[in-house]
Design a protein around this ligand. Structure first.
Ligand code: CA
Length: 233
């Protein structure tokens, strides 16, 4: 089941990046670029979670948070505040206004996605898939255990995150840059060839003997989890 997430962010690039990464996680995302637009969106359909930027044109994040908390429909909706560095006071006010969590910009995308997942899980476990299965590969997000055809696989932390990222959308092709953003985080400086190294390690851990390789290399584009593999078995 997909979660409906409202992203309230007036910086267009950041809003789109959040949309991209949350959609990749399987959620339905709406982006509002002003306080008024956000309030209208919430009235139209109550989201399952709200990412709320603090400094907005029109209604401020604090004002929105206060309003939503006062309304029955949104009194318990998980809200994560996005604050800029140096807005310490705002942050304290935000939490006292009823936000559940906050992240300071610039933030790491994998960390934000993990926090969204944690909050959704707490609010409504049905919205988060804890178990991913594709072909004969199974991945458990709570225990971080991965198995293939019933045998436990031992993956390093990066290979685990990489597999989890690719398994969420079999058939979708990710460029090395997208994988760096989604798996490593934007702030980390890593060469794109690092992706190839970790894909190599992942394959080695996944494939035994003549087993088919679930990771597809798409020339000139990147990598994807093979959808035919995912649909088999
Ligand atoms: Ca802003």
């Amino acid at each position: 089941m997909a979660a409906k997430i409202l992203v309230v962010e007036d910086e267009a690039d950041l809003g789109e990046m959040l949309r991209y990464n949350l959609e990749a996680e399987g959620h339905l995302v709406t982006v509002a670029v002003s306080g008024d637009e956000a309030d209208a969106a919430v009235r139209e359909a109550t989201p399952d979670l709200i990412l709320l930027d603090w400094m907005l044109p029109g209604l401020s994040g604090i004002e929105l948070c206060r309003r939503w908390r006062a309304r029955t429909e949104t009194s318990r909706t998980p809200i994560i505040m996005l604050t800029a560095r140096g807005e310490e006071e705002e942050r304290v006010r935000g939490l006292s206004t009823g936000a559940d969590d906050y992240v300071v910009k610039p933030f790491s995308m994998p960390e934000l996605v993990a926090r969204v997942r944690a909050l959704l899980r707490r609010a409504n476990p049905e919205l988060v898939a804890n178990h991913l299965k594709a072909g004969d590969i199974e991945l458990d997000r709570l225990s971080h255990r991965v198995s293939r055809a019933g045998r436990d696989l031992h993956l390093g932390p990066t290979e685990y995150r990489l597999l989890e990222y690719l398994m969420r959308h079999p058939g979708r092709v990710y460029s090395r840059e997208q994988l760096l953003d989604g798996v490593w985080g934007q702030d980390v400086y890593v060469d794109e060839r690092t992706v190839d190294v970790h894909v190599g390690r992942l394959r080695k851990a996944l494939n035994r003997g003549k087993e088919p390789d679930p990771i597809r290399t798409v020339r000139g584009a990147g990598y994807s989890f093979d959808e035919r593999f995912a649909a088999a078995h």
